[in-house]
Design a protein around this ligand. Structure first.
Ligand SMILES: CC(C)(COP(=O)(O)OP(=O)(O)OC[C@H]1O[C@@H](n2cnc3c(N)ncnc32)[C@H](O)[C@@H]1OP(=O)(O)O)[C@@H](O)C(=O)NCCC(=O)NCCS
Length: 119
């Protein structure tokens, strides 16, 4: 299954700190603060959350239960709470791949849910 989303960074510029903390984790905010284009990075993480909702076809997911983290090389990946993980394994999806891009005030992300490979 697949999901995609696009967001403008300006959407987040007027958000209060409280609102930002409701949607983004401390780690996500801390990561984005390392860059000049803070809001573009946040917009990218938001896109991942929206794209995952689309891929899973589940609008009840809470965005603070989906966290975007990065490997040492900068590759993004998602960390999910136990409830979403259980939902994924019930539907036989065990791997989530994401890709983020941003430019000129916009961010996009694609999420792919892959089925467990047969051994
Ligand atoms: C990693 C790279 C592909 C990002 O591309 P970019 O056009 O600079 O930036 P984009 O906006 O498209 O992508 C940024 C996102 O890429 C993702 N990313 C970073 N490193 C990554 C990696 N190793 N693997 C997968 N995704 C990666 C991140 O999610 C990042 O967004 P985030 O930091 O907010 O999470 C780029 O910096 C790079 O290393 N390019 C190849 C090397 C190169 O520059 N060669 C030039 C030859 S002239």
């Amino acid at each position: 299954m697949v999901g995609i989303d696009i967001e403008s960074a300006t959407r987040f510029k007027n958000w209060s700190e409280q609102n930002l903390n409701r949607v983004f984790s401390k780690t996500e905010i801390c990561y984005a603060k390392k860059f000049k284009n803070f809001y573009e990075h946040l917009a990218g993480f938001y896109c991942v959350k929206e794209a995952l909702v689309k891929a899973l076809n589940n609008k009840t997911l809470k965005f603070n239960e989906i966290e975007v983290l990065h490997t040492q090389t900068g590759k993004p990946y998602v960390s999910l709470n136990q409830q979403i993980k259980s939902q994924l394994s019930l539907s036989n999806f065990n791997e989530i791949e994401i890709s983020i891009s941003h430019s000129q005030g916009f961010a996009v992300a694609v999420v792919l849910l892959n089925k467990t490979k047969e051994k």
